[in-house]
Design a binder for this molecule. Structure first.
Ligand SMILES: [Zn+2]
Length: 142
């Protein structure tokens, strides 16, 4: 744990699913309802710093998140990104993309091509649906 790291010292995150290894959070971005982040719980810099089984465990959560978003939103594309240039603590961005979204076909961090959307409705429903799907995909049966 690094005291200055915002992902180690996270508070107020909207957690959709978590275990002792990682968590999936809802990113509150009005342009991108359904944008999720998968965050390793411990402070690790690169995927190759993890042992092989933990790399697979983390990616299984990323892929479950992608699957939950596809089921809920049927996006035109899902973007997976691991940057960490600003916060070098392993996390994956999982972003549902649509042909008419604010930045398509560019990455969401590029200059916008379109005006902001009006505030999305139904985000609470979407959040609950993602929570349920992730629980079903990731929680092993008793
Ligand atoms: Zn950290």
């Amino acid at each position: 744990m690094e005291v200055t790291c915002p992902l180690c010292a996270a508070h107020g995150e909207a957690v959709l699913w978590r275990d002792d290894f990682c968590r999936v959070i809802w990113v509150d971005d009005p342009d991108y309802p359904g944008y999720c982040r998968v965050i390793l719980n411990t402070h690790v810099r690169e995927m190759t710093d993890l042992p092989e089984d933990e790399r697979q465990r983390l990616m299984a959560v990323v892929f479950a998140t992608e699957g939950a978003l596809r089921e809920a939103l049927n996006p035109d594309k899902v973007n997976l990104a691991s940057l960490g240039n600003q916060v070098p603590h392993l996390h994956w961005h999982v972003i549902p993309r649509f042909h008419d979204d604010r930045h398509f076909p560019d990455p969401i961090w590029a200059a916008a091509r379109r005006l902001p959307r009006s505030p999305a409705e139904g985000c609470e429903d979407l959040r609950r649906r993602l929570e349920r799907t992730l629980a079903a995909l990731l929680t092993p049966p008793e």
